[in-house]
Design a protein around this ligand. Sequence first.
Ligand SMILES: [Zn+2]
Length: 222
Amino acid sequence: MFKLYPSLLLFLFHCTTIGFHQTSVRESMSFGEEATVRVCVITEPGIDPEEIHSLFEAWNEELSLYRIKTQSIPLGIMERPGFYGSDIIEYLRNKQMPEFCDRLLYLKGRTWGDIVYEVFTLGLFVGVGVKLEIQGAVETYTNTKGYIKAKYISTLQLLSTSPKSTLIHEGYHLLGCGHQLFMKECYERIRDVKLLLTDPNRDPNFFPNINANGRKILKRPI
Ligand SMILES: [Zn+2]
């Protein structure tokens, strides 16, 4: 199957991995002091606090590599603002981030509509090698707001995605990383974002970021 669809492999890579870790490169870098990122969380009904806790536990384990800790701050429970991921991103972009938030995350659940959609896109995937189902996304204007599918039993076990791996993936975008084959670029980006903590122009009550175009985000976006 993979031989028939070489692009499929790339697509899988894109979906599941932000890049291959380079342990010796990372260990030779300094990430400074430990810093905390306050992540405000809006959840779709049906996601319980233990699930959120274990998601953040997994994310924090990954981020300990960079001496970063995330703190989840529940902001509310809300029906999803639209069926498609783009609707959720649009909502988040326009949503005011309270002063105690550095990042905004929406945890999407799973409805019967989603299951039907998954089955439909599974058909497309098998048929033409396209998969429309997206596990999560982060807006690229400020890289501070995003969503993940927090609850799903993968229709496609072969993708080996899980809410935890999705959060870790989108979590890298929330720290300014893009996709790369090897992680060096991302390590450097995280280091640079942490260096912005000492930028005199940043809002001292905001964990800065660098967006997809390399622009410094020193103040909390709306
Ligand atoms: Zn991504």
